[in-house]
Design a protein around this ligand. Structure first.
Ligand code: CO
Length: 134
């Protein structure tokens, strides 16, 4: 069902410092910050030859990553995103096998303008999994 690794998302306490580290120390192609008010985050995309890294920083009140940063003050891997061809078929198959889909269960438009869903980390060995239809 799952295809390519679309991105690994890392929550960071200092977006500018993290972006500069990827650009200047690791020599990666780092894009400008993008506010995603619908998701409560500011995102910096880093393009690697085979996948992307998404640096996440809280935006506004009640950001969904604030709690994660409170527990992990130096930052950490927040979720991984796999590509799927058909997100509704993937959701139905996962729910039939007992996996929990977060929120309403209906796909939302993600940071790349494509439909996404999140799966409960307790059902996937402690990892928050995002599915993106490509
Ligand atoms: Co993501």
């Amino acid at each position: 069902m799952i295809g390519r690794l679309n991105h690994v998302a890392i929550a960071v306490p200092d977006l500018e410092a993290a972006a500069a580290q990827y650009r200047d120390v690791l020599g990666a192609k780092v894009n400008s910050p993008q506010d995603e008010p619908d998701h409560g985050v500011t995102v910096v995309f880093i393009e690697l030859p085979n996948t992307k890294i998404e640096l996440l920083y809280p935006l506004g009140e009640n950001s969904p990553i604030q709690g994660f940063l409170d527990k992990n003050p130096s930052g950490g891997i927040h979720h991984i995103c796999y590509e799927v061809d058909d997100i509704l078929a993937a959701r139905d198959q996962l729910q039939a096998s007992g996996a929990r889909v977060l929120g309403s269960g209906e796909p939302k438009i993600g940071a790349h303008g494509k439909p996404v869903l999140f799966l409960h980390p307790k059902d996937f060995t402690g990892t928050l999994v995002e599915l993106e239809q490509v």
